[in-house]
Ligand binder design. Structure first.
Ligand code: GLY
Ligand code: MN
Length: 470
């Protein structure tokens, strides 16, 4: 957990960057069905960033006028202790965090209204709708967590992002720890893979590893032999010898910092000739994109670089025809690589994604409307401390490759007859998809791959699959 001195320093930087009082809420329990049956609590990431306190219903007021930070917590009652156990007292929390004062959560509206007087206060919409509604009632803003244009005042979002974008040593230590747990989960799943079991058998191994280390899934685990479904959360397929398993899973530490890693491997332990070719192309694209990461590099250029390697490989395999640069310029590569090369990562697996393109696209840059490039979530010039994923892939998606509109648009550039052969592989189940993903921090001298210990070289992966040893 980043220590409280670190959080206190971040709060001081934030206070210096804002000119209105700012109210932040952690959010609270969200019920699964009846009110008392809750989903696991996860505090809002900005709140975690400033306080490293995982307490439901917590709130905080930053006041730049007098430099105070007031924390609001639920009262400690015997009933709460009976059902949920004892928690540190207000005095303990004040000492631990170094905030100016700790007040009763029930007094939030009254306290804030009195303290800010006639000044305008601001808040940020969070995933918990009740907390957001409560904060909006106090600040008088109309916000919407699900619409990034309305998630908060842009100047405030920038002030938060300028801090959260740059990971300190303490934060990177958390991310390396999340990567270590993620390595164990991925290698265990590879080792346990064999034909005849189901995807969910491997999901159990992955999630069990996270739990064993006090972590949770940073996002719903994707483990599928239908890797061409990009966010496939169904786990009931049987594994056949010739299938490829695509595992996209990352651990999240109690601090909230996480990993996001994808590996792909053959159920039978040996890539088929065509899977081997595709795998090596994706791996080459991933490595070249990672190598490009250094201060000042434009993330969109990294995306284009990976796309160029994929297009070149697909031309070599006669799945595409033409000059790779032209294929990428026309967007034809997106028929096999329909998503962006990655995203920021940190406390959110897609870090700060709720703040939208106003944060993720540099001034003067806007999203492409071209199919594929349209899903590029980030177009900043990278700076030391920024953490991103690099995750190229090649997929055989029937809905794309058989779409009459695309067949017309990319006639002559995509070899649809050859693609059809891949769609018919494995007794008509199709080839599936290959994605390889690592988490990378930009450093002053270039980059560090936080997830480098997770095997991805073809021979290393093949040696692990089905070995029972991880
Ligand atoms: N790990 C899933 C994603 O990056 O979208
Ligand atoms: Mn990712």
């Amino acid at each position: 957990m980043p220590n409280h001195a670190h959080c206190k320093a971040r709060r001081a930087e934030f206070l210096a960057a804002i000119d209105t009082p700012v109210l932040l809420l952690a959010g609270s329990w969200i019920s699964r069905n009846y009110p008392a049956n809750w989903s696991p609590f996860r505090a809002d990431s900005t709140f975690l960033f400033f306080f490293a306190v995982h307490e439901p219903n917590a709130a905080a007021l930053f006041d730049p006028k007098d430099g105070t930070v007031t924390l609001f917590l639920d009262e400690r009652t015997a009933t709460e202790a009976l059902w949920h156990g004892p928690v540190p007292s207000f005095a303990d929390i004040k000492k631990l965090t170094g905030v100016s004062s700790v007040e009763k959560r029930a007094d939030l509206a009254r306290f804030v209204t009195k303290k800010i007087g006639r000044r305008k206060a601001r808040t940020v919409a969070i995933a918990d709708p009740r907390a957001t509604a409560e904060a909006m009632a106090i600040t008088g803003e109309t916000l919407d967590f699900h619409d990034w244009a309305k998630v908060g005042d842009p100047a405030l979002l920038h002030a938060i992002a300028r801090l959260r974008h740059f990971k300190s040593d303490a934060e990177l230590a958390e991310m390396r720890a999340a990567a270590a747990v993620t390595r164990e989960a991925h290698t265990l799943a590879m080792a346990k893979t064999r034909a005849g079991i189901r995807e969910q058998d491997l999901v159990g191994a992955v999630v069990g590893t996270f739990v064993k280390h006090g972590c949770v899934e940073a996002y719903n685990t994707i483990l599928s032999v239908r890797g061409e479904v990009l966010h496939n959360h169904a786990h009931d397929n049987l594994l056949f010898e010739n299938d490829l398993v695509l595992l996209d899973a990352g651990a999240e530490r109690q601090s909230g910092y996480c990993a996001d890693v994808t590996r792909t491997w053959p159920v039978g332990g040996q890539f088929s000739p065509e899977a081997r070719e595709i795998y090596e192309i994706v791996l080459a694209a991933e490595k070249l994109a990672i190598e490009a990461i250094k201060p000042g590099v434009r993330y969109r250029d990294v995306h284009m670089l990976a796309s160029r390697v994929l297009a070149d490989g697909l031309v070599q395999m006669q799945l595409m025809h033409g000059d790779p640069d032209e294929l990428v310029a026309n967007g034809a590569h997106a028929m096999f690589f329909p998503h962006g090369v990655g995203h920021l990562i940190g406390l959110d697996v897609h870090d700060l994604e709720a703040f939208g393109d106003q944060i993720h696209y540099a001034k003067g840059r806007t999203r492409s409307d071209q199919f594929g490039t349209r899903y590029l979530r980030l177009d900043l010039d990278l700076q030391p401390g920024m953490c991103v994923t690099i995750e190229p892939g090649i997929y055989f998606v029937p809905a794309i490759l058989r779409d009459p509109k695309f067949r017309k648009q990319f006639k002559g550039q995509v070899d649809f007859a050859r693609a059809e052969q891949f769609l018919e592989l494995n007794s008509h189940r199709g080839f599936g998809g290959v994605r390889i993903e690592d988490d990378v921090v930009c450093t002053a001298s270039g980059h560090e791959v936080l997830t480098a210990a997770i095997p991805k070289e073809r021979l290393a992966v093949e040696a692990l699959v089905g070995s029972g040893v991880s």
